[in-house]
Design a protein around this ligand. Structure first.
Ligand SMILES: CC(C)(COP(=O)(O)OP(=O)(O)OC[C@H]1O[C@@H](n2cnc3c(N)ncnc32)[C@H](O)[C@@H]1OP(=O)(O)O)[C@@H](O)C(=O)NCCC(=O)NCCS
Length: 182
């Protein structure tokens, strides 16, 4: 496996590196594109990086070393979500697909009760949306004007998902969008 995950300790030995990673990078498609150290510190204290719902990992690449950060969210729900953030030098190289495939493997292998894995992104995050499609995830919802944008009009939030059986078989179960009888 080219990509592996190292569980990080947000309040212990990984605290400073986590704050540094979040503040030195720009995340143009997140609610906070430039997190301040104080915001990250507060989120750490609130359990956003590790509690019963959240768990966080460094993303390690066999040749490239540490390439980013992954958080699994809603873990008590049996349908977890994720937050994937590559370090800036490792974006735009197709690595997101390797990471998403590895994250999907990790979730379905380690969480026996989980039948679906979900992700949401802003409509203009084309790199993330193409990454979902490349990895066999299916678009399941398009929430119009659901994503507030500072100083601009709200954008859509687009939801993708993968089923355990799709992961097992390598075949995406199709969705019949217009399923209401005429
Ligand atoms: C989003 C992210 C994970 C994508 O991973 P990546 O490896 O950088 O993705 P790439 O830029 O290589 O692009 C993936 C695909 O999108 C396409 N793409 C990228 N930008 C595009 C654009 N502006 N228009 C059209 N297609 C685009 C690429 O051509 C590639 O297509 P392919 O799969 O057909 O080859 C990564 O860029 C990242 O971490 N960004 C910052 C944090 C973030 O936005 N995370 C998502 C939160 S859920």
């Amino acid at each position: 496996m080219t990509v592996s995950f190292t569980r990080l300790d947000p309040v212990g030995e990984d605290h400073d590196a986590l704050v540094e990673f979040m503040t030195r990078n720009e995340f143009p498609f997140h609610g906070r594109p430039h997190p301040r150290a104080a915001d990250v510190e507060t989120a750490i204290r609130d359990g956003a990086y590790r509690d019963e719902d959240n768990d966080s990992f460094w993303i390690d690449h066999r040749e490239l070393g540490r390439i980013g950060f992954l958080r699994l969210e809603d873990l008590s729900d049996d349908a977890p979500l994720f937050d994937l953030r590559l370090d800036a030098p490792f974006r735009g190289r197709g690595l997101g697909a390797d990471v998403l495939k590895a994250a999907t493997d990790h979730v379905f292998r380690t969480l026996a009760d989980v039948q679906r894995f979900e992700g949401q992104t802003r409509e203009d995050n084309l790199a993330m949306r193409r990454t979902f499609v490349r990895c066999g995830w299916l678009k399941e919802a398009h929430y119009r004007e659901a994503w507030p944008v500072d100083g601009g009009a709200p954008l859509a939030s687009v939801a993708y998902g993968i089923l355990r059986r799709d992961w097992e078989t390598g075949r995406t179960t199709p969705l019949l969008w217009d399923d209401l009888p005429a």
